[in-house]
Ligand binder design. Structure first.
Ligand SMILES: Cc1cc2nc3c(=O)[nH]c(=O)nc-3n(C[C@H](O)[C@H](O)[C@H](O)COP(=O)(O)O)c2cc1C
Length: 314
């Protein structure tokens, strides 16, 4: 086990921001961290792209120490790409803040990724999945984690973890839905609980957490060491503080606008105009359920600058 293994040092239960492509960028991770998220997963990046087009991919994986512990997630199917990708990260240490951990994606259902034998397709190819994990473990000093689904094809997460049980994987986030379920339907808590019998590292249960109550219910039913939250944090990053304090927070419009604006300012600082364009969806999530939300949304989907955001959220 790597001696820089932050996983062992964090207080349990762990409340993690789950990886989200196109969403969990540096600005959003910082906001979630400020509200108490313990571990911040980012946006998945292609191991092959990191090897062949490092500049753009390094940009995607860039982080700030304020986000630590930050986990860079890679997808792909070729062990050699993964080996080279994690070595490349280490070689860029001078210009690039090293992530605090590396995660491997075994759950993505997106056809473009699945067709490459990556994501959820790699989960059902145990032999190759094992080679990929070994390639990462053998080429980085960082703790390595994996993200699985309850089941992909004939392979469930228990078979998968059993097949990898001798490998020093630090943590596994298990999205308790099968590939066939996609992103909806019930989360299999029982299978996450059973995973304990097949895996010695930290288990993070994932799926369907929209409130602090959901999080504690999932922890209780799965006996996991933590939870991963994805959609529940959209427009509601304070969910992390609600979980930490075990107390729901009722927020008025003014307070929500203040948080949204802070997020937009950070997005602009980090990505300039592009940051504001990418903020549009976050802004719509922030105003969800507020009086006049639909009118605000029609303006928010068109914002081009921080001024535009301020004019709508004033
Ligand atoms: C927009 C979006 C992007 C996602 N991107 C990733 C990703 O890059 N890597 C990954 O492993 N999972 C990704 N996921 C899956 C989430 O991490 C999580 O497993 C799933 O949404 C279930 O959790 P939830 O019910 O809390 O949303 C994504 C989910 C959404 C909604």
């Amino acid at each position: 086990m790597a001696d820089n293994n932050f996983w062992e040092k964090i207080e349990k239960p762990i409340f993690a921001l789950a990886p989200m492509a196109g969403i969990a960028d540096s600005a959003f991770r910082r906001i979630c961290k400020e509200f108490g998220a313990d571990v911040l997963y980012g946006e998945m990046a292609s191991a092959a792209a990191l090897v062949y087009n490092p500049i753009k991919t390094l940009e995607l994986l860039q982080s700030d120490k304020k986000e630590a512990p930050y986990i860079a997630q890679l997808f792909g199917s070729n062990p050699d790409h993964f080996a080279k990708a994690v070595r490349l990260l280490a070689s860029k240490k001078q210009q690039f803040r090293m992530p605090d951990g590396i995660d491997i994606n075994f759950g993505c259902p997106v056809p473009k990724i699945f067709k490459q034998g990556a994501g959820a397709a790699l989960m059902r190819n145990l032999k190759q999945a094992r080679e990929v994990i070994k390639a990462v473990l053998g080429n980085t000093d960082l703790p390595v984690s994996i993200k699985l689904r309850a089941k992909s094809g004939e392979i469930d997460c228990l078979m998968f973890l059993d097949y990898m049980k001798d490998l020093p994987i630090s943590a596994a986030m298990i999205h308790g839905r099968t590939l066939a379920q996609g992103f909806g339907g019930p989360v299999d808590r029982e299978i996450i609980k059973k995973a304990r019998n097949y895996f010695g590292g930290i288990i993070l249960a994932n799926g369907g957490v929209m409130s602090a109550r959901d999080a504690f219910d999932l922890l209780e039913k799965t006996k996991a060491g933590g939870v991963g939250i994805a959609r529940g944090a959209l427009g509601r990053p304070w969910l992390f503080r609600e979980m930490k304090n075990k107390k729901a927070e009722v927020k008025g419009e003014k307070e929500i606008f203040k948080i949204a604006l802070k997020h937009a300012e950070l997005a602009e600082k980090l990505k300039s105009r592009q940051g504001i364009i990418e903020m549009r969806k976050h802004l719509c999530w922030y105003v969800r359920g507020l009086p006049g939300a639909s009118e605000m949304r029609s303006g928010l989907v068109k914002v081009e600058s921080l001024e535009d955001v301020k004019n709508i959220l004033k």
